[in-house]
Design a protein. Structure first.
Length: 260
């Protein structure tokens, strides 16, 4: 494997190149030392980039994604030698119980963690419910957060480590939108999903503000398929949940699930 040529081919920016070089380093460490290794927590777009890298390198097995629960957005990538199974100790689970009547938001909780000097790559998903925020994090943070994470916004916190079976995952709210489109072009489907005109959707796509399956896409005429995920900065995210038949006027029936 020529590492530099591989990065030249896959990385779309200097920042992504640094990220993917770190992913390769973890893979090479596993191969060289025959021990399990893991990346930091990766966002969905970073996971997509890492997936392209693995595919380009011909690495199709010997790794698992782990976000702590099914449906997690942020995940670590674990590389496993033949003798090893998924390493559950590579992440930890914490609960920050709210003390008093306050209910901090996701932003409050994340901001308070950043205020403690913790970088985002050390943190998985933050799951805010009515009376607590459950957090998935790098295991080396556990003792520090139990001792030092004492507030979020104006709310006092009581932090303890929990087991994965105790994790409370809030129900994801979605809005189902149904429409018909002339074709499954990205701009047409995005117009339905974000409730904007097709022209405005095309502008956002050309401006680089839209991702298809967590990968930048600047082509309004790019084809979209059932199950694809579309995100746009400032507009949110939706899934093309259903592609139906043709109407009498030859338009395609679609249903999108927009995340609220």
């Amino acid at each position: 494997m020529d590492k530099q040529k591989l990065l030249d081919r896959v990385a779309s920016s200097s920042e992504e190149r640094v990220l993917l070089a770190r992913v390769l380093d973890k893979y090479e460490q596993m191969e060289r030392r025959n021990i399990p290794t893991a990346t930091a927590f990766l966002s969905e777009s970073e996971q997509a980039a890492a997936g392209r890298l693995l595919n380009a390198a011909g690495i199709h097995s010997g790794f698992v994604w782990n976000g702590g629960y099914e449906g997690a957005a942020r995940k670590i990538l674990q590389f496993l030698p033949d003798w090893a199974e998924e390493d559950s100790s590579a992440i930890c689970y914490l609960r920050a119980a709210f003390r008093g009547d306050g209910r901090p938001t996701h932003r409050d909780c994340l901001g308070s963690l950043m205020g403690l000097g913790i970088t985002r790559e050390k943190l998985g998903d933050l799951l805010v419910s009515e009376d607590a925020c459950d957090l998935i994090a790098a295991p080396e943070l556990s003792a520090f957060l139990v001792q030092n994470w004492d507030s979020a916004g104006r709310t006092k916190l009581s932090v303890s480590e929990i087991g994965p079976e105790e994790l409370v995952v809030p129900e994801q709210k979605i809005q189902v939108l149904r429409d018909t489109v002339m074709s499954l072009r990205l701009d047409a489907v995005a117009a339905t999903g974000f409730g904007i005109s097709r022209g405005r959707a095309a502008e956002l796509i050309r401006a680089g503000r839209v991702q298809l399956n967590h990968t930048d896409c600047c082509k309004p005429d790019h084809s979209v398929s059932q199950g694809d995920v579309v995100t746009a900065r400032g507009f949110g995210k939706f899934v093309l949940a259903e592609v139906g038949g043709l109407s009498r006027k030859g338009r395609i029936a679609i249903a999108v699930h927009r995340y609220l």
